[in-house]
Design a protein around this ligand. Structure first.
Ligand code: PAZ
Length: 334
């Protein structure tokens, strides 16, 4: 049986690197002992230019994280652990934030759902099913789909032409963490005008690269036992250092309804940020609970609204825009 269980150890001294007696390394230590992604300088330079542009304009900017992270099992990765998230929440929210006048940094899992394109890429119909070939060699959108496509294409082009959307991507957990840290620090220049909307489903467990098999894990030895470490709690430095003045909205996903509000409230108390949005795996597209320090608000779609393809984000985003404006004006939520 193959096993890659290795105790947490410091590369220089073999002393454990623990911050709280529970086997979780400190976020700062995480960044010292892991390699940043190769494209981090490019990521930072695109983001810096975007933030400079919008700081000058006085825009409100939302930093959306979207989609799931992968957890590699080998340094030369053949296999990885993934999760269910396909990025619907992030991509849909991005559209409503753009509608509300925000500039959007869309930091998404590569190949996950993207704003505007989502209406065509992840539907039951294939892209080619919307089109028909013409005899003159051109291609035309079928009449019954043209009006909706025209509307979406216009909005998509407007967002791009006015430099109000910046697409940035990640795949693995380490990439996500480095980009979250770096991205939040860049956005911090916008102070209260930045909102951090952390909708990505980020793994809670990982294998540090020093403990990982280098090459493809072989199957000849039978089953595989994995020991994963707990991912450091990155919300803590994000709230207290990286993005201290911005409005921070985190998400809490649960499958047991009894845990949802207590866990969401616990996160709010533990990290001291402004909003937690709780959602249940099965009902996340119809109901969320928005929790601030003194309030708890359930946002729900009626069956009729669901039937009419109304999206829950059309209720979430106006609430957040209002909370954010209070935050900008008075430094308070509610
Ligand atoms: O990506 P998606 O639309 O399928 O799911 C959205 C979501 C459930 C991942 C998001 O709403 C959320 O709760 N994100 C945080 C998950 C967590 O770490 O608890």
């Amino acid at each position: 049986m193959a096993s890659i269980t290795v105790p947490i150890s410091n590369t220089s001294s073999n002393e454990p690197i623990l911050d709280n007696g529970q086997g979780v390394i400190d976020p700062d230590v995480y960044f010292q002992i892991n390699e940043p992604p190769a494209d981090l300088p490019e990521f930072e330079s695109k983001l810096n230019a975007f933030v400079d542009y919008h700081k000058e304009l006085g825009s409100k900017v939302v930093f959306i994280t979207s989609g799931g992270t992968t957890v590699p099992l080998e340094n030369q990765t053949v296999r990885f652990i993934d999760n269910f998230s396909n990025g619907t929440r992030g991509a849909t929210s991005a559209e409503y934030f753009l509608e509300a006048g925000y500039a959007v940094v869309f930091m998404h899992r590569q190949n996950s759902i993207q704003p505007y394109n989502r209406h065509y890429t992840h539907s039951n119909m294939g892209f080619l099913d919307y089109l028909e070939p013409k005899e003159d060699g051109s291609v035309q959108v079928l009449t019954q789909y043209a009006a909706k496509m025209h509307k979406l294409l216009t909005k998509y082009n407007q967002a791009k032409d006015t430099n109000r959307i910046l697409m940035l991507d990640f795949v693995t957990l380490p990439e996500y963490l480095f980009k979250l840290q770096s991205g939040s620090k860049v956005l911090a220049r916008l102070e209260t005008r930045a909102m951090y909307y952390l909708a990505a489903a980020v793994s809670d467990f990982f294998i540090p690269s020093q403990k990982m098999a280098e090459h493809k894990i072989q199957s000849r030895d039978g089953g595989l036992t994995l020991t994963l470490d707990q991912v450091p709690k990155f919300l803590k430095p994000l709230v207290s250092n990286w993005a201290a003045k911005g409005l921070i909205v985190s998400f809490k996903l649960e499958t047991d309804n009894n845990l949802l509000v207590p866990k969401a409230r616990q996160a709010l108390t533990r990290y001291g940020h402004q909003v937690v949005i709780g959602n249940m795996l099965k009902t996340r597209k119809q109901t969320v609970t928005l929790i601030t320090q003194h309030r708890e608000k359930v946002l729900s779609l009626t069956p009729q609204q669901v039937e009419n393809d109304i999206e829950i984000e059309s209720e979430i985003i106006p609430e957040l825009v209002r909370i954010h404006q209070n935050w900008i004006d008075s430094g308070k939520t509610e």
